[in-house]
Design a protein around this ligand. Structure first.
Ligand SMILES: [Zn+2]
Length: 297
């Protein structure tokens, strides 16, 4: 992988007692930041969630499965929605992208305060007939911590999640990425205590990324002393699958009365995709055309 391409690795260690994921996501988080014009704390919240969602989508078995993370908290950010598929595509947005909060005492962006208290919902769409939802209370709103609690409470999988986004002085994304380490049910006491020991020295993800660590390097650090085998390397990117056709279908779902009132207003309608900010324009005639496609009832 070239240095500029974001990518994710998947690994096993300790006779498969451990499965692990790590990702670098600087470019895709920067693309999301530009698409939504997010302020630093929102860039961090969205970037951490996107990095986590990508790794969690890597846990899905079926080829076309999609994973969505929804943070609905009472903080000023108003909510975070991120969707990732298991081909390395991710998209997402925050409700209020312009939130500005004082830094925490340790100098970090206060993502927990921005997110607030509420619920984290994990939605896995396996195919069009099978959707699995899991919901837990938001623990701290710091995202990595919340995903750790989700795995423990909802899936009974002991996990270590580290996520980080470093925002530069010009508000662009300097570094982004993270890792997820999971213990399988048959993990030995020796494996567990070595991992616990390792975690004491790991430090922040942003520090590792700032030191030039790749996803493989992060796993080598976190899984120090284990035999780590990388089993998959996957390029990851910001990608939205919205289209004019999908927006037209959404417009039709508004129903006849709503479309009639748009037509009466008599001016062009513009709709923006929540996930990527792409704008779609519809003339009054085009709205009339969509209205005509709806059956009278
Ligand atoms: Zn879009």
């Amino acid at each position: 992988m070239s240095e500029t391409q974001d990518y994710m690795v998947r690994a096993i260690a300790a006779n498969q007692e451990i499965r692990a994921f790590a990702v670098t996501s600087k470019n895709l988080v920067e693309e999301a930041r530009r698409a939504h014009g997010t302020a630093p704390v929102c860039t961090a919240a969205l970037g951490r969630t996107m990095s986590g969602a990508l790794m969690m989508s890597g846990m899905l078995k079926d080829k076309d499965s999609v994973l969505t993370l929804q943070f609905s908290g009472d903080g000023p950010i108003g909510g975070i929605t991120v969707t990732a598929d298991n081909n390395g595509n991710v998209k997402g947005f925050v409700q209020n992208p312009l939130v500005v909060l004082p830094l925490k005492e340790d100098g970090h962006l206060d993502v927990g305060q921005a997110v607030g208290k509420g619920t984290l919902t994990v939605i896995r769409d396996m195919d069009k007939d099978h959707t699995y939802n899991g919901q837990v209370a938001i623990h701290s709103g710091e995202i990595a911590d919340d995903l750790t609690h989700y795995f423990a409470e909802s899936e009974q999988v002991p996990s270590v999640v580290g996520l980080g986004v470093l925002v530069d002085t010009d508000y662009s994304v300097k570094h982004a990425g993270g890792f997820i380490i999971q213990l399988m049910p048959f993990a030995t006491e020796e494996t567990i205590s070595r991992l616990e020991n390792n975690m004491k020295d790991v430090g922040y993800v942003t520090e590792m990324l700032d030191a030039g660590f790749s996803p493989e390097d992060m796993l080598t650090r976190v899984l120090d002393g284990f035999d780590v085998e990388i089993t998959q390397t996957l390029p990851v990117q910001f990608h939205c699958n919205c289209s004019r056709d999908r927006v037209e279908r959404a417009l039709k779902l508004l129903g006849k009365a709503e479309l009639d009132s748009i037509i009466e207003e008599g001016h062009e309608t513009e709709l923006a995709c929540h996930f990527c900010g792409k704008k779609y324009q519809f003339s009054v005639d085009e709205i009339r055309g969509l209205r005509a496609e709806l059956k009278n009832s």
